[in-house]
Write a protein that binds this ligand. Structure first.
Ligand SMILES: *[C@@H]1O[C@H](CO)[C@@H](O)[C@H](O)[C@H]1NC(C)=O
Ligand SMILES: *[C@@H]1O[C@H](CO)[C@@H](O)[C@H](O)[C@H]1NC(C)=O
Length: 292
């Protein structure tokens, strides 16, 4: 009996040593599903600005060059108002969206495709209180800018809904080297320029991004994509600023600008192609993926 318990004790301590060891190395990297162009995508989405106006802003204009990236000079938003653009970006279609009002859509999204391949995802929302809160407006959080909540089999699924988190969680995830492979980040109504302007948004974003982007746990093999949901309604073609970059983003091409005609479905399609997810058989099916 004594021998047995000593043996068990011994095994346990070996196991716990292994466990401890595992915690040091078992960061997200051990469960990373490698992609063709990147192992992680981080999307930051801003609000309602014309391409030309954003390009007059020093920080946004210099961002792709500063971080080894490419500026897409002919990227078109999908429609007006805001919400259907967000819905399009993750589901390949705007159908079922009630303008900016509460929408509860039954359709597949990128989440269905990611989860099939065990690729981790989270929607980081500034000012969002968590606990699958379904309200439309909470302080400077707006559900219309958090498309994940508008799909029934995310909002009605506890486990999936728990992947919609307050943005502060991102710092925890960076600290623990647990940043998911698909990151969707929505700044609040001030920081995203919705209730402010491009100058305000750029000041916030510069501070936010530059403090984090050189962290390996955030940037490793990562494509950062910065886009705007729509322009301010003042142009015919709804052209918006979009940049793809990252200190550890490895494109085959070295071009600083790309003038091909893209849209929100192109971003979706590029993510699908990256991990060979197939498509949602909506507008993503015919979309032109980015030339990486
Ligand atoms: C390893 O990490 C898990 C999850 O964070 C924790 O529950 C567990 O106690 C840790 N194990 C060791 C040996 O530190
Ligand atoms: C989510 O809903 C869509 C549409 O009803 C369906 O095609 C998809 O399989 C569902 N996903 C899960 C995990 O239930």
């Amino acid at each position: 009996m004594k021998i047995l318990s000593t043996l068990l004790l011994c095994m346990c301590s070996i196991l716990s040593v292994l466990g401890a060891e595992k915690n040091v190395t078992s960061t997200s990297s051990s469960s990373i599903v490698p992609g063709k162009f990147f192992d992680r995508v981080v999307i930051f989405i801003f609000e309602n600005q014309d391409y030309s106006k954003v390009m007059k802003n020093k920080y946004f204009a210099s961002l792709p060059k500063k971080h080894n990236g490419v500026l897409l000079t002919h990227y078109l938003a999908t429609t007006h108002p805001s919400q259907p653009n967000y819905i399009a970006l993750i589901s390949g279609d705007t159908k079922g969206t009630k303008e900016d009002d509460k929408s509860d859509i039954e359709r597949q999204t990128i989440v269905d495709l990611l989860e099939k391949k065990k690729i981790s995802w989270k929607s980081y929302q500034e000012d969002y209180p968590g606990d699958c809160d379904k309200r439309m407006d909470i302080k400077n959080y707006a559900r219309k800018h958090n498309p994940f909540m508008s799909f029934v089999n995310i909002s009605e699924n506890k486990k999936r809904c728990a992947n919609i988190v307050n943005s502060k969680q991102l710092d925890e995830d960076i600290k623990n080297n647990e940043v998911p492979q698909f990151v969707f980040y929505t700044p609040d109504l001030k920081n995203d320029a919705h209730d402010t302007n491009i100058k305000y948004a750029s000041r916030w974003f510069k501070k936010y991004l530059e403090r984090r982007i050189n962290n390996k746990a955030f940037n490793k093999n990562t494509m950062f994509a910065v886009t705007f949901d729509e322009d301010d309604g003042g142009t015919d073609n709804n052209k918006v600023y979009t940049a793809l970059f990252g200190p550890d983003f490895h494109r085959k091409k070295n071009t600083k600008t790309d003038s091909k005609k893209y849209n929100h479905y192109s971003l979706l399609r590029t993510i699908e192609d990256n991990w060979e997810l197939g498509t949602l058989k909506k507008n993503d099916k015919t979309a032109v993926p980015f030339d990486l």
